[in-house]
Every structure is written in structure tokens, then in C-alpha cells.
Ligand binder design. Structure first.
Ligand code: SF4
Ligand code: SF4
Length: 452
């Protein structure tokens, strides 16, 4: 099996240390220092920081440095374990990128501040917080993910966790959509903005910024398209005086990808190209600030704006809400509001890993080759509609793979790991194929059968 070193590194680090960079639990709880959050669940509820927000600045720093030095991620992944053994990695990361990381740590702190102001009760697990292990799912290591998810589910049961509130839509998606496929999981999961919107409506919370700002909002794929959370964001922003929201052309469930979804690790140059399409669209709104609600989107949008020399700051929605709450917050009493939970994707696929080949053949045989998915596929669009990097091209490749056609492992790797898992294809397919998830199962099949 020749899984790319960068995927192996990310997966091994996730299993050993809980995050793709292998920085470990001590680093991941640093953001909560001084907040005095109750240790353990409160009435079964925890605030879940996850394995991405607390270290995203270090990932951004490494991503930017390697691009500047034109270093290949796979070759870096080969030497990273040595760096780690020598204990250099954490020291270098902290010395070089702490200030970058503070933006992401601040988002977590701001989220906690906002929830407290709205009288939401919760605790925090600190070093006991188990990472979601989403990287294992993303990269198709589904046997590992299945085992890992069972361990995490058992840990939550043991700690008495019955509800998770998280700022991270990637972790929320993992717990809400993927865990129940692979293990028994009865924990309720809500994204921060769902809780905040509901509490603001219940209390009539209204806040004001000290400044006037024209903002645009980038809907993260996982939050809008997968979880169906769209209205809550608009409601929260409508309750902040001083904020004018200008929507980009693609917004809500029809959002565009910022270039993450794991691609930033496997094919960083393509990830950058995808981000360029999106940042240009956001800049066209004329806003001076881009808001979003996903750490990986924040990183890719910041990189994209910088690469194209577009002056635009990118901020987590939680940080702008906290800024307004700190300035002036009043409660006008309950408001009549309802939030729709959008459903634009087919149901999550619940496939048994023991007969993946049959399932994949059955589903990819249904593809009519119409190409509707290609028209919305961000990787194909970033590469002049290149068929081999399109949704239809990946369906064709998986079909050939399960039919046992001769394909080089380089080709399989290149095609399957060039997808950002944005779900636009699944949303568009007239046959109702969940293309995004078929690609994840295709990765798993390729790994399990030694085809990559
Ligand atoms: S194949 Fe689908 S999930 Fe992958 S990048 Fe294209 S549209 Fe997004
Ligand atoms: S939209 Fe669906 S049927 Fe059409 S090419 Fe894409 S996967 Fe196949």
C-alpha cells in the first residue's frame, strides 16, 4: 500500500496525538487558559473545541512557509516524524506561528464569551476531550475511523456527555452524520450559530458594533450544504447594529468552496487555485470584511486573498458577534423566528465496509455521464474544466477501479485525492448519487485493496 506520506502522517498524528500536525492535547487546550470553564459536562453539555481550531494557525504557518520555499508536502511529511522525535517541531511551530494561531484561539474564546452572555450552560473536557478523528474519514481510512469512532463514543458515554456545542462545522458533521454510520452514537450535536440564533430569538438579544462595517459571508460547505444551517447566520447578523451583509453570488446551500476539505494537505497548489475562484467572488461584493464559520475556510480564504493581493480581512463570525456583544447588548424579549434545516444532499450512505466493491460498482454504474456535476465541481473549474479532476471523471475512475481495470496507483491517488469533498456534485446529480461520499468510499476501497 502506497498511501501518500502526507495522508499517512495526518492519519498517524490524528490517532496518536489527536490532530493532523501531531501537536497534542496540551497545545489544543491552550486557548482555554484563564477562562475557568467547568471541567466536564454541565447537565450533559460540553463546548467542543475539536482538533482543528486550536491549532489552525500552526497549519496556516506551515502551509504558507512551504509554499514560499516551494517545498513538497509529501517530502516534508517524510521528515516530519524525525523533527517530532527530536522535539523540534512543537518548538518551531510555537516560536514561528503563535501569533497566527491567536486568531483561531480568539475565535474559540469569543464563542465561549457569546454563549455565556446568552446564559448557555456547558463545561469543557480539557485534555480529556477526544478529537473527532475526521481526518481518518476524509482520507478514506474508514476501518480506522470505525474503530476510532467507537472509542470516542465510549469515552463520551463514560464522561456523561449527551450534548455537544461546537464552533467547528467539520467536527459537527463528523459527529452528526458519520459517527452514527460507524458506531452507536446518541450525542446531540449543534453548531455554535444554531445555539446562538435560538437563544437570541428566545431573549430578543440585540447588540451594536462601535463601527459600521460592510461584510460578506462565506457559507462553509459542511455547515450550509451538509448540515443545512443557513438562516441562523443571517438572523444573528440582522441583530447586530452596524453590520451590513452583502451576499456573494453563490451563498447559502449553493455556496462555493474555499479550497480545503483535506485538499490543502494532499494537493496544496490545486487548493490555492480553488480558493482564488472564491475570493474573487467575495471581493466583488465590495465588502471590507469576510466572515465565515470554519477554521479551514478561514485559512484558505486568507491565503487566497493574500496570493491575489486583495485587501480583505477574514474573521470568524463568533468574533464579530463577540465584538458587538462587548460594546452593547440588550434583550428585547422573545421574537417569533423560525430557522429552516435545509436538506439538499441525499441521505448519508450507510455502507458495510466488507462489500464496498459491490456497492461502488452498483452506484457508479448508475451514473449517466450527464456532466451536470462537472459544471459545479470547483476542482474542475479551477483547472479549465479538466475532466480527470471533475466529479464525473472521479465516478468513471472508481467504476474502472472496482471493475479491476489496470490503473496506476499514481493515477488513482491523483484523481481521488484531488477532491475537496464539497458536495456540490451530490447536490446537483439528477440521479441522486451521493458523489462526495462515493469518493470517500472509493478512497477506502483503493486503500483496502492495495490499489494506491
Ligand atoms: S467531485 Fe464533488 S465533492 Fe469533489 S470537488 Fe468536485 S464537486 Fe466537490
Ligand atoms: S451528475 Fe450524476 S449522473 Fe451526471 S455525470 Fe455526475 S454523477 Fe453521473
Amino acid at each position: 500500500m502506497v498511501v501518500p506520506p502526507v495522508v499517512l502522517m495526518a492519519s498517524e498524528n490524528t490517532e496518536r496525538e489527536g490532530d493532523v500536525l501531531g501537536l497534542g492535547p496540551k497545545e489544543r487546550v491552550r486557548w482555554a487558559k484563564g477562562l475557568d470553564l467547568p471541567r466536564g459536562p454541565v447537565n450533559g453539555t460540553i463546548f467542543y473545541a475539536g482538533e482543528v481550531y486550536p491549532i489552525m494557525g500552526y497549519a496556516e504557518g506551515a502551509f504558507r512557509m512551504m509554499s514560499r520555499l516551494k517545498l513538497d508536502l509529501n517530502s516534508m511529511a517524510k521528515v516530519a516524524p524525525l523533527f517530532k522525535k527530536l522535539g523540534i517541531y512543537r518548538v518551531v511551530a510555537r516560536a514561528s506561528w503563535s501569533s497566527l494561531n491567536s486568531r483561531y484561539e480568539k475565535a474559540l474564546k469569543d464563542a465561549v464569551y457569546v454563549l455565556k452572555k446568552l446564559d448557555v450552560k456547558f463545561g469543557y473536557l480539557y485534555e480529556d476531550e477526544p478529537p473527532s478523528g475526521i481526518a481518518l474519514h476524509t482520507y478514506g481510512l474508514l476501518e480506522d475511523f470505525k474503530r476510532y469512532a467507537s472509542e470516542v463514543a465510549a469515552k463520551f458515554r463514560e464522561l456523561g456527555v449527551s450534548k455537544i456545542i461546537t464552533l467547528d462545522p467539520i467536527a459537527a458533521t463528523a459527529f452528526k452524520h458519520y459517527y452514527p454510520v460507524f458506531t452507536e452514537f446518541n450525542v446531540k450535536v449543534e453548531h455554535f450559530v444554531q445555539v446562538v440564533a435560538r437563544r437570541m430569538a428566545e431573549t430578543g438579544a440585540k447588540a451594536s458594533l462601535r463601527r459600521k462595517v460592510r461584510v460578506t459571508y462565506h457559507d462553509p460547505c459542511y455547515l450550509a450544504r451538509v448540515m443545512g444551517v443557513v438562516d441562523e447566520v443571517r438572523y444573528v447578523l440582522s441583530r447586530l447594529d452596524g453590520v451590513e451583509l452583502i451576499e456573494p453570488e453563490r451563498h447559502g446551500v449553493n455556496t462555493g468552496c474555499s479550497g480545503d476539505g483535506g485538499l490543502e494537505l494532499t494537493q496544496p497548489e490545486l487548493a490555492r487555485k480553488v480558493s482564488y475562484e472564491r475570493v474573487k467572488e467575495l471581493a466583488e461584493t465590495g465588502a471590507s470584511l469576510t466572515l465565515t464559520s470554519c477554521p479551514a475556510c478561514i485559512m484558505m480564504l486568507r491565503v487566497g486573498f493574500d496570493d491575489l493581493s486583495i485587501k480583505m480581512d477574514v474573521l470568524d463570525l463568533a468574533s464579530l458577534v463577540a465584538e458587538a456583544f462587548r460594546n452593547r447588548l440588550e434583550f428585547e424579549g422573545p421574537q417569533e423566528v423560525s430557522f429552516k434545516e435545509y436538506k439538499v444532499l441525499p441521505d448519508t450512505l450507510r455502507w458495510d465496509l466488507s462489500n464496498l466493491g459491490e456497492r461502488l460498482r452498483e452506484y457508479t454504474d448508475l451514473c449517466k455521464k450527464c456532466g451536470f456535476c462537472n459544471a459545479v465541481c470547483p476542482t474542475a473549474q479551477a483547472l479549465d474544466r479538466l475532466e480527470s479532476r471533475s466529479a464525473r471523471g472521479r465516478m468513471t475512475l472508481i467504476n474502472a477501479l472496482v471493475r479491476g481495470e489496470p490503473l496506476s496507483s499514481e493515477k488513482v491517488l491523483d484523481r481521488l485525492y484531488s477532491c475537496v469533498l464539497c458536495g456540490s456534485c451530490s447536490q446537483t446529480c439528477p440521479v441522486g448519487l451521493h458523489v462526495q461520499e462515493i469518493i470517500v468510499y472509493g478512497r477506502a476501497y483503493a486503500i483496502m485493496t492495495g490499489r494506491v
